[in-house]
Design a protein around this ligand. Sequence first.
Ligand SMILES: [Ca+2]
Length: 142
Amino acid sequence: MLPLILVLGLHLAGQTLPDSSSGLLVVRLEGFSSEEGFARLAVFDSEEYWPEDIENAVVRLTSSIQGDTVIMHLTGLAAGEYAMAAFHDKDGDAVFDRGLFGVPTEDYGFSNNARGSTGPPDFEDALVMFEADTLIIEISIH
Ligand SMILES: [Ca+2]
């Protein structure tokens, strides 16, 4: 076994050490009611734009939907605290749609599965710590 361990050790030593942006963020969105349209995710590092000003999100991801679950992978995100908002863009117009009195007409969810009492949850309640490692987040869409 010793030679194998030695070879493995040398191999690891030759790799680039992880830096602050080498982590992998995996976001599992579940609970889609149909495969219509797209799943959209926005990652925020500032309360200023939370949660609907997605033009100013750090990262925006879009995926087609198969079954009731979507898994998104994100690399290159700097370590830090982030809050995520996701929604089911059923009509594919890239807008989180609302009906009368601002009531959402598309399903949505937030990191930590945070819920607000009368509106979106507080930014702090949805914050997750992302470090230079793999982080798996699950968000229920409803
Ligand atoms: Ca829409």
